[in-house]
Design a protein around this ligand. Sequence first.
Ligand code: HEC
Ligand code: HEC
Length: 154
Amino acid sequence: MRMIVTTIAILGISLGALAQQQEGDHDALRGNVPLLEERTPEPLYEVENNDLRRPRAYPMQPPTIPHKIDNYQVDLNANRCMSCHSRQRVGTSQAPMISVTHYMDREGNFLAELSPRRYFCNQCHVPQTDSPLAVENTFVDVVELLRQRRETQE
Ligand code: HEC
Ligand code: HEC
């Protein structure tokens, strides 16, 4: 009896380890390194800082940030992003103004100031680096999908 219990326990542990290992193996963001192993960290990649606005993948996509944001303070006391992107500042900064959705509350009312739900810019906007893709991506633009459908219908 004791023998069976031990065997089951060992089987359980090894199955668990196997599952964990497979989990790690399939996580591309960890570089396919098993969970229990330490991975070699990625090098630090250059942050895109070319002042060229990127196209958006779909109309409601938050545009990516085409400039560095190192040390830009965004907290209770200050919002550095707004010192260039607010309605009042774009005249001098020549930055694109935050769009009208950033002045709307969740009921759709237009506010005089930045809406609290849009205060933490980096929740939605992120800078880009020149790193290789961490996970594979098969995204196809909707315009391309529509074009393909029109072609198959003809
Ligand atoms: C010193 C002024 C300045 C500050 C501070 C600044 N930006 Fe910008 N931002 C710009 C300018 C100018 C552009 C236009 C493209 C360019 O010249 O880089 C821009 C472009 C952008 C864009 C691209 C818009 C589009 O339509 O593609 C986003 C998003 C953005 N900034 C977000 C931010 C966020 C988030 C912060 C704070 C973490 C921030 N910016 C701080 C000046 C600034
Ligand atoms: C909850 C998500 C969210 C947050 C937070 C947010 N944005 Fe956006 N932003 C968007 C989306 C989505 C768009 C594109 C659609 C739109 O304009 O609403 C956008 C558009 C923009 C644009 C382009 C405007 C244009 O007309 O081309 C700028 C610049 C920008 N955001 C800056 C900021 C800054 C600066 C902050 C912080 C003060 C901020 N955003 C906070 C989601 C967000």
